[in-house]
Every structure is written in structure tokens, then in C-alpha cells.
Design a protein around this ligand. Sequence first.
Ligand code: NAP
Length: 248
Amino acid sequence: MSNIQGKVVIITGASSGIGESAAKELASKGAKVVLAARRKDRLERLQAEIQSSGGQATYKVTDVTSHKQMKDLADYTLKEFGQIDVLVNNAGIMPQAFLAENKVEEWDKMIDVNIKGVLYAIATIVPSMRERKSGHVINLSSVAGHNIYPGGTVYCGTKFAVKAISEGLRQEEAMNGTNVRVTNISPGAVKSELLETITDPTMKEGMEDFYQVAIEATSIAHAITYAIEQPSDVGVNELIIRPTVQVG
Ligand SMILES: NC(=O)c1ccc[n+]([C@@H]2O[C@H](COP(=O)([O-])OP(=O)(O)OC[C@H]3O[C@@H](n4cnc5c(N)ncnc54)[C@H](OP(=O)(O)O)[C@@H]3O)[C@@H](O)[C@H]2O)c1
């Protein structure tokens, strides 16, 4: 039996892109997926699509920047399924701009979604995994969590933070023998709605050009699947997945 069958998997940012693709793939392999994001209509549609293909899915409208809503998501999942096996911390935004433009509101939003969202999920969802001495946290960092480029400074900062949080969480869980696995996934250019979060038209045009080589979101869903399906004593800790032709 696959190590995915029957697992309860919470996916944040499940309403599009990588999250949506991972939800479909994991559900097709027998996971019970809990879809979380802000756009209810998209979650409803995805739930229906998964169910019509014979998969199990439920959803809870959740803004990851709210600690209370994250706690509600954890409580809802535990009430519905009794346990949480996997958390995919995938929600993220990527407004790009040079620092000199002083887009302070965008910096705040990126920090709130990309960093605090991940921490709130760890605060509200991981305790039940520790109690059961079983669980898996998969965080979506980025190649931008390894390399810095002009215009991406704050986004890169948030993704470096995700990488640091992943490694710190991994070490602490290992040290305490909780059997909670941690995987940090760093995609390169992937087709999704992420570029829609860029408000600067010149920056957006430049990124669209760069993203011409982007690979399908399913490539990252496969990586998530790979990390989960390993035996429970095997932690896949770091994965970098770029288009073959992406240089930086
Ligand atoms: N695409 C790439 O090239 C790429 C590369 C490296 C890393 N990544 C990372 O991969 C992750 C997924 O991105 P994607 O490419 O799939 O982009 P996407 O299609 O834009 O998906 C982002 C998801 O995040 C959700 N989200 C945004 N703000 C939220 C909030 N406050 N609360 C809850 N959900 C929120 C969105 O849903 P709602 O708007 O419905 O809330 C959406 O489902 C992100 O962390 C991104 O940084 C992507």
C-alpha cells in the first residue's frame, strides 16, 4: 500500500497553481485532502472535481495571515478526520519591485503570507503531530530562497526565511524524537497565477519573459508526492526543481 493512502493532508494555497495540482495528485493516490485558501468558489470547484474523480476532499476558507483562522483550520481537520498527517505550507505571494520604490505595504503582505503564514501553520497544526509522534511538514520555499536578484529582495528574504524555518524545525523535531518529517521544496519557474501578484508593470513584463521556460505545476506536485511516499523513517529534506533550461 502506498504511504499516501488514507493520509490527511492540509494544503494551504490550494485554490490555484502548485497547491491545486498537489491536491489533485495526492487525492488520486488516496489521500484525504483539506483544501485551504481565501477564494471559496475555487476551493468548491476543486473539491467537486476531486470528488467526481473518486477522491476525498474537503475545504475550509482560510487566510494564512490570521492565527485564529489557522487554528480553526486545524480544529476543523481534527474534528473531521481525527488526525493530521501532512501539512503543505504552500500559500505565497510574489510582488516584485526594487527596494527604492518603497512598496512597504507589499513588503508587509509578503512577510505576513510567506513567513508568518508558515509559522502560524506550524504553531497550530504541528502540536497534534508531536502528540501522535507522527507527521510531515512540507514548506514551499523557492530558488529565490537560495539566490538573490534585483527586484526580488523582499521575496527572496521571505523564501530564505522559509528555508531557515524548515531546517530549524527539522532539527528540533529530530532532537525531540517526534518523528515529524520536514521537507523544504524550492521550485524555479513554474506555471501558476503567481505573477498576478506583481503590481509593477515593467517588473511583471520582465518576469513574464523569464517565465517563458516555466514548467508545469504538476512537476512540483510530483516532488511533494515523492517526499510523502517515502517510508516514515526517511526524511526528504531539500529539493530544488528548476526548468532544465533555467540558468539562475
Ligand atoms: N510558481 C513559481 O514559479 C514558484 C516558484 C518558487 C516558489 N513558488 C512558491 O510556491 C507557492 C505556490 O505558488 P504558486 O506558484 O502555485 O502561485 P499561485 O497560483 O498564485 O498560488 C498561490 C496560492 O496562495 C494562496 N494565498 C495567497 N495569499 C493567501 C492568504 N493570505 N491566505 C491563504 N492563501 C493565500 C492563493 O489562494 P487565494 O488567493 O485563494 O487565497 C493561491 O492558492 C508559493 O509559496 C510560491 O512562493 C512558486
